[in-house]
Design a binder for this molecule. Structure first.
Ligand code: ZN
Length: 352
């Protein structure tokens, strides 16, 4: 378990905004022991665990990218305007600390400038923040200094500068990017655990890119692997600190969440019921949800006629810079993935 919690921490800390997932790729390639994963020009990774198995093809997917930002322009005073990468509230950026990758490939620290209250007008004080009014400050005093000495400028990417911590007693992770690094970690562990199992199906691995900007990378992996069934591992938004108790559908320590519905997919009811039944039989805790928002790689791929489900590890304050997720939920997600792989026979899949 020590090894897995260190792996989760390493994945959470990795720099991997949509489009620049390279550091995450390296960790995945190091940690997936039994598959020689291939990289494509999208920076997706894919491979097959047991290519000699002629059973149905099960594609596991987790996306490697995280929400972040991209520098738009440098102002004469050296600060930088930026655009969000992936869906984030503008309030999320205010006073936050970021790690930017500069033109030399080094990581440079910057903060989102916050005007001191001393200088705020009454109107400014009460206004909701807008990304177009915010700037990043690396500490420079001019455009020349930002560009030459810090090697920062147009199209530099950034992610929150947050260090993952694991509270062993509570079994709780604190950090950034659990969407979807906790899913990436779960998928790595599932693949490693399945490497010696006798299986009724072929296991395909997809570690995809650019999910947060519109489920882009996964499509290339789907075309390459041509799966019969898709299982996505996700970090999904926990709702247990917002919702009325009767409406909590993704609480911490209650197991992974399986969505029946989100705005991009009505989950195949037969596959969903099979997964829920199997979880029950094997005493794996799960939660069910009907989501009024959301969207995942499954939303994209199910439209190709591939029955798809999403196993989501609840993450509190997802798409913000600081979040929590629980080790026990991750473990249950792994257990469910492994158990599904052992039971997805040709006959079962035909009924989906
Ligand atoms: Zn995600």
């Amino acid at each position: 378990m020590m090894k897995e919690s260190l792996r989760i921490q390493e994945l959470s800390n990795a720099f991997g905004p949509s489009g620049l997932e390279d550091d995450v790729l390296k960790i995945v390639q190091k940690e997936v022991k039994e598959i020689q994963l291939e990289r494509d020009s999208f920076n997706n990774l894919s491979g097959v665990l047991n290519p000699k198995n002629h059973g149905p093809k099960i594609m596991f997917d987790a996306h490697m990218d995280e929400v972040g930002l991209i520098v738009q322009a440098v102002k004469p005073n050296g600060t930088m305007t930026f655009l969000p990468l992936g869906g984030q509230a503008a309030s999320n950026f205010v006073s936050a600390s970021y790690k930017l990758k500069n033109k030399k490939g080094e990581y440079v620290h910057a903060v989102v400038a916050s005007k001191p209250p001393h200088f705020l007008s009454e109107i400014e004080r009460n206004a909701a923040p807008q990304v177009s009014n915010l700037v990043l400050d690396c500490g420079s005093t001019s455009k020349e200094e930002t560009e030459k000495e810090y090697a920062l400028g147009i199209a530099c990417f950034g992610v929150p500068d947050v260090e993952c911590k694991f509270d062993e007693k509570k079994g709780l992770f604190y950090g950034k990017a659990f969407d979807d690094r906790i899913g990436v970690a779960a998928q790595i562990e599932v693949l490693n655990q399945l490497s010696k199992a006798k299986l009724p199906c072929q296991i395909q691995a997809s570690f995809s890119t650019q999910e947060e900007v519109g489920e882009r990378g996964v499509y290339a992996n789907y075309k390459k692997l041509q799966p019969d069934v898709l299982i996505c591992f996700e970090g999904c938004p926990a709702d247990d600190t917002f919702q009325e108790p009767w409406l909590i559908q993704a609480g911490l320590h209650k197991g992974p969440m399986l969505r029946h519905f989100d705005v991009t997919m009505i989950t195949n009811p037969r596959f969903q019921a099979f997964a829920l039944d199997l979880a029950k039989k094997h005493h794996i805790p799960v939660q069910e949800s009907v989501r009024s928002g959301g969207g995942t790689n499954a939303g994209r791929i199910h439209m190709e006629g591939v029955p798809s489900i999403v196993i989501g590890v609840p993450v509190r304050y997802i798409h913000s810079n600081y979040s929590y997720c629980a080790l026990d939920d991750y473990q249950a997600a792994v257990q469910l993935g492994v158990t599904l792989a052992k039971h997805l026979t040709k006959e079962v899949i035909q009924q989906f």
